[in-house]
Design a protein around this ligand. Sequence first.
Ligand SMILES: [Zn+2]
Length: 138
Amino acid sequence: MKQERRLVLKTDYSTRRKVAKWVLGCYDLQPTISTDDTINCNGYYLPDEDTVVLNPKLSAYDFIETTIHEAKHVMDAYKYGIDKFRTRYNQASVVAVNCGNDPYLDNKWEIRANNFADREMKKKWRDLYNDYSKSCEE
Ligand SMILES: [Zn+2]
């Protein structure tokens, strides 16, 4: 992606957590943010601990997109409550499996979070993260 190459973002954990805090704050969300470079995925949300875990090794574009994806899960957990969200999320995985699909990739909550992140990146984040990357280059 063209805009991905334009974004410069330091990869140290402290900077990455600051960026994630900034992104989540733009959605009025203040979950605990944790970085873990041993996870074999981009990130995940732990509703019981209200913690977003992010892979700091991602490219800048993927890191912000993943943070927004997790933001959608946080919003859903706050909206429905942790128990209801967890139940509905697990049900959606069962439905996906019963339909012969992948419990994660075809989970409707994952699809919604992906669509949300995709829309948000196109709609408002391109300019914002370019501004931010400029400020990081000083
Ligand atoms: Zn997800």
